[in-house]
Design a protein around this ligand. Structure first.
Ligand code: SF4
Length: 425
């Protein structure tokens, strides 16, 4: 049976034109998806957690779902400073259930944006958010700039779906890549500007100065000659619709949220001449949703502490890496993330000392050390829900096949943990 217009639940592009062929409850083919998408759909049944389990000294022992839920509820209820983390690879209703648990236990909730686009959020809180939709970029943009991003690797269909679609407009559109090294995306672009690592802020400040007509008494900035920078500023000013896509090369390099702040101010100034917008290249398919649902619920997008009974926001204080490195949390509820594989060594060292409750469809490094593992359905393949694309557009995720027997969506497992904790009080 063909299933069309399925959003791909892998990266922040959330390409919603995937065509699947489903036969006997199995996905047989994936049309339109990139190589990552094909692997995600066609091999969704590989490497699964085989069932709920508890860790003992000799390894993990399979238990019933009720026993695993009970154990998780006991760990969280006994904890003095629990952390709820992850959430960027699951759907919005699961987020809400996770926030209820964090509030009930007066813990901290943080999502993976604190280790990727957290600085983008801080930058937009300082200077605003001149965001545009991918649809209008595809139809209208004549100058596209990828800054600190390598979309051909991280978001493989971004160029050919939104900025270099086959056919219309492509000949009138110019694509630049600004990065510290020549990437495969730079090869696909019309121009590549190689800047020195850690000099994004200076380059953007000089572009702003040149746009205002200031004369500079130097010959180069951040690896680019003044002639190149002048040429860039003039092309940006001459664009009819420009867009700046920015990635972790901007948000996680020297300057972090100040870089994003500078980029926003550059785009604001460019709006004096023509329409310009900027869009973060969000990685996980629903990390933008995690920021939104947490903001709807608490007023803040990440790093939220409930210890006083009301939400408080403090990046650097309540962000997962900082809490773990300082050894402040005594239990972790991890939902749809793999912190053992992605956090710094000091944070991982503390993770190995505390009880970890891990909700995920697949085996991963975190599942190896978790005290409780509960397998869940894959959002967007085995359960429905809503996710938010990198430009802020909410999309409805489809359930295309049944999950393995007895495996429930994250939202239902989280609700069971919450109910069990309430019944223990
Ligand atoms: S670009 Fe991202 S969302 Fe689109 S098909 Fe590939 S992995 Fe899926």
């Amino acid at each position: 049976m063909p299933v069309v217009n399925v959003p791909c639940p892998f990266c922040g592009c959330l390409c919603d034109d995937i065509e699947l062929m489903v036969h006997d409850g199995r996905i047989k083919s994936n049309r339109n998806g990139c190589a990552i998408s094909k692997t995600k759909f066609l091999r969704h049944a590989d490497d699964r957690l085989v069932g709920p389990s508890l860790r003992h000294s000799s390894g993990h022992e399979l238990v019933s779902l009720a026993t695993a839920v009970d154990h998780a509820a006991r760990i969280l209820s006994a904890s003095k400073r629990p952390l709820v983390y992850g959430l960027s690879s699951t759907e919005n209703d699961a987020h809400r259930e996770a926030y209820r648990i964090a509030e009930l236990v007066r813990g901290v909730v943080d999502n993976t944006s604190s280790v990727c686009h957290g600085p983008s959020i801080l930058g937009t809180q300082d200077a605003g958010e001149p965001i545009g939709s991918l649809g209008e970029v595809r139809l209208r943009a004549d100058l596209v700039v990828y800054w600190g991003s390598n979309p051909q690797v991280s978001h493989p269909r971004h160029l050919n779906r939104y900025t270099r679609p086959i056919g219309e407009f492509a000949s009138k559109r110019t694509i630049w890549v600004v990065d510290v090294r020549r990437t495969v995306s730079a090869e696909a672009a019309d121009a590549f500007y190689q800047i020195q690592p850690g000099h994004d802020l200076e380059v953007m400040s000089v572009l702003r100065a040149l746009l205002r007509g200031h004369k500079l008494d130097c010959t180069e900035v951040g690896g680019l000659s003044i002639g190149q920078l002048q040429q860039m500023a003039e092309s940006m000013r001459a664009a009819e619709y420009g867009v700046l896509f920015y990635g972790l090369g901007l948000t996680q390099s020297w300057g972090r949220h100040h870089n994003v702040d500078a980029a926003i101010r550059l785009v604001q100034e460019l709006n004096e001449y023509a329409k310009w917008s900027m869009v973060p290249m969000r990685g996980h398919f629903n990390v933008a949703g995690a920021n939104r649902t947490l903001t709807w619920t608490t007023g803040y997008p990440f790093a939220v502490d409930f210890s006083r009974g009301y939400p408080r926001y403090q990046p650097g204080e309540y962000t997962a890496v900082d809490l773990l490195q300082r050894g402040e949390v005594d239990a972790l509820l991890n939902v749809a993330a793999d912190p053992l594989a992605s956090l710094p060594a000091a944070a991982v060292r503390h993770l190995r000392r505390i009880p970890v409750i891990n909700l995920d469809p697949k085996r991963n490094l975190t599942s190896l050390i978790a005290e409780v593992n509960i397998p869940t359905a894959m959002a967007g393949i085995e359960c429905d829900g809503v996710a938010v694309r990198m430009d802020g557009l909410p999309l409805y995720l489809r359930k295309v096949v049944e999950p393995p027997a007895g495996v429930l969506p994250d939202r239902e497992v989280l609700r069971m943990i919450y109910d069990r904790m309430v019944s223990m009080r």
